[in-house]
Write a new protein. Sequence first.
Length: 394
Amino acid sequence: MSYNKNLQFGSKCVHSGMSEYEFGPVVPPIYQTSTFKFESAEHGAALFKGEADGYIYTRMKNPTIEAMENAIAELEGGHKALGCASGMSAISTVFISLLQSGDHVVCSKSVYGPTLTLLQTIMSKFGVESTFVDTDVEGAIEKAIKTNTKIVYVETPANPMITITDLEAASRIAHKNGALVVVDNTFMSPALQQPFKFGVDVVLHSMTKFLNGHADVVAGIIVVKDEDMYMKMRKTLNQHGGVIDPFNSFLVHRGLKTLSIRMQRHCENSQLIAEYLLNHPKVKWVRYPGLKSHPNYEVGLKQHSAPGGMISFELKGGFKAGEVLMNSVKLCTLAVSLGGVETLIQHPASMTHLSMGAEARMDAGITEGLVRLSVGIENVKDIIDDLEQALSKS
Ligand SMILES: *Cc1c(COP(=O)(O)O)cnc(C)c1O
């Protein structure tokens, strides 16, 4: 990978992860095979002993997967990466690799729902205890740390309030107490935020979102800083089995080529939409890292190069207005997930968080008129026109 170390980020997106292949293709071929032929008994033995470099079986290693992993490791500024079947596979692989019975995790309260559930209902079965705190509040992590804390798990920015946690401070506090910092960097992608620069130990993503960027793949990735950590995670992933497949790796690698320009457009559009919403009479408040009103605006400036593509806002008309807005949008697609080229809109109170009930929603900060927007790369005028006509009805 040394050939492109000095390129600018956008150029790395286009070129990273490429190797030499038979026939000279300009993109990595799809090695859609479950297994690889040995040249001889001795060759097979050497591969299994780790004395020869090569491929044995796709759950262990595959050239198409490896190309995508190398590309992302390079974009994140990490040592190596591990492609997983989903973001949740990446997260569970990290927990299983680094934790054992009796350990404790400090986790952002605003974290992807299934991550919270994984810690609360599955890891807890194996004797791992977790404390959920507002990691964006100064001093909160330190207060929650115990002598057996092994991981400080941070998602930034995070839903539903686009909460920003100070990565440098989180790393300093965790390391002082002998814990590792794991960051879910899904919302920003390495184009806007590279957590290793702030001392964190492991970076992971749902590649389903911005990295792939086209809403046609479910996949995840773990990026690590050194070979020890890599071997530890690779062994877990081999045993646990939640690996990505060659075709999805190919699609993600293809998506990566436009990551830099996609993120630029997501950010430009989002800033204009956030400002538009801020001035709309039916909107109570807007939460976006590019607005000075964001409570951690300054922290954001320190650690991400642009504010990203995720906006939350509250409708003055509450639950009903949320439902009407969902039924009135035409260009914005009514769907969960995020990070694709198309603008997605959703209303947590009537959708993702409906089953929680109104009281539990209030406790979690999911207000009745809360709307979440994953801003796409359409022409911004069309997105604003759509919001304008839909808001006029709600
Ligand atoms: C979607 C998402 C995940 C889970 O990823 P999957 O690919 O759906 O398994 C984890 N973290 C964040 C921040 C996400 O948005």
